[in-house]
Design a protein around this ligand. Structure first.
Ligand code: 5GP
Ligand code: MG
Length: 369
């Protein structure tokens, strides 16, 4: 990830992919033009890198010139195109190929066509490295397109954000979600996870996603995913990860303005952790930390037996059941501890003490993220 001025950008198209697209364009154009000597016209500023790399790949003699137009302010295309440097040579009877870095709305291209309207060139072809089909509003034919991209702001390889980023050899895409704090909350039964999740949710303005609750909600409301999950559960089979991920995705999308999420009860396996990473990546985000409440087994047993006496929860009453649940927790989460430790994202927090003490310890971790 990189930061230019106030905005963050993530890697999008590698230098190698750009090189391959440029090579393809150079070959296609050379094949079409044959032995004639074309004039390549770059549109400054953005196309300087495209033109430079393109003509090095062009296998035959050619001429190069530039015109200079300006249209962009910040991250928005404007209607008002300024002609800063026009054509400085006579192109009558010549085969001209416009070399653009990017075609977005097509406003700049319209200005190029205006410039060439009165020039009696033999032919005028348009080549662009990047093209945003969803943004394009004109009818001018684009003869050569390197890479089609979605309608999101990019920088690098000649393209700038308010002056910066032109010198980067690869292309970065703007991060739409600029900042989220996403936590995976873990803790053995009796560690006080529920209590602490409530607190973190309020203090950091996060959305608490408990997989158990999400399942119950979807099944109760008979959503398509809920019914699908239920069909597995009724057969006594495990619900496939993809179904769970789809449900979580729906939750995340429902809360698209959130400052972040607390994932509770998920992931349970490496495959699920990877799936969660992918889900968040698609939202331009990631897991910042796995926070695990650490409590000694004997204290947990004591707490749960105490809770069983008042709550009447059958699984909280029997010591051997309790010990089994705790063991199962460690067996299952050890892998995840490794998964997140490998990315330096594992934070163990001492879960023994008063609720307030533990809260302070958790805040200490989150504030530093
Ligand atoms: P159009 O006139 O087609 O809307 O936009 C063309 C010009 O806008 C390009 O030459 C470029 O200067 C700028 N532009 C369009 N899209 C982007 C983008 O995603 N990133 C950057 N940095 N500039 C863009
Ligand atoms: Mg340009």
């Amino acid at each position: 990830m990189i930061k230019l001025h106030d905005k963050y950008f993530k890697p999008f198209i590698s230098a190698k992919e750009i090189d391959a697209a440029m090579q393809r364009m150079a070959n296609d154009i050379a094949d079409d033009i044959g032995d004639e000597i074309p004039v390549f016209v770059g549109i400054l500023n953005g196309s300087f890198m495209v033109v430079s790399d393109f003509v090095k790949k062009y296998p035959k003699p050619c001429e190069v010139t530039f015109i200079k137009l300006a249209s962009y302010e910040g991250v928005k295309s404007t209607e008002d195109i300024q002609r800063l440097i026009g054509l400085t040579q006579d192109l009558t009877g010549r085969t001209v190929v416009i070399l653009e870095d990017i075609i977005d709305t097509g406003n700049t291209l319209a200005e190029v066509h205006r410039i060439f309207k009165n020039e009696e060139v033999k032919s005028l072809k348009i080549a662009t490295l990047f093209y945003k089909p969803e943004a394009y509003k004109k009818d001018f034919k684009l003869h050569y397109i390197g890479i089609e991209i979605p309608n999101k702001f990019i920088v690098g390889y000649g393209l700038d954000y308010n002056g910066l980023g032109r010198n980067i050899p690869e292309v970065y895409q703007i991060k739409e979600t600029q900042f989220m704090t996403n936590l995976v909350l873990f803790g053995p039964p009796g560690a006080g996870k529920g209590t602490q999740a409530e607190f973190l949710k309020d203090k950091y303005n996060l959305v608490h996603i408990s997989t158990g609750d999400v399942f119950r909600f979807n099944i109760k409301n008979e959503t398509a995913l809920g019914m699908l999950a239920k069909s597995y559960m009724d057969k006594g089979a495990l619900v496939p990860d993809q179904v769970t991920i789809d449900m979580l995705n729906a939750e995340v999308e429902k809360n698209s303005g959130a400052k972040g999420f607390i994932f509770d009860g998920f992931p349970r396996t490496n495959a699920q952790a990877e799936a969660l990473d992918k889900l968040l990546e698609s939202k331009d985000s990631s897991i910042n930390a796995m926070v695990a409440l650490e409590v000694d087994d004997e204290i947990l047993v004591e707490r749960l037996i105490g809770r069983g006496k008042t709550s009447g929860r059958a699984d909280d009453a029997d010591e051997s059941i309790i010990r089994n649940r705790i063991k199962e927790y460690y067996d299952k989460t050890a892998i995840l501890k490794d998964y997140y430790s490998a990315q330096n994202k594992y934070y163990g927090v001492d879960g023994v003490g008063s609720i307030e003490d533990i809260t302070v310890r958790l805040s200490g971790v989150i504030d530093k993220l």
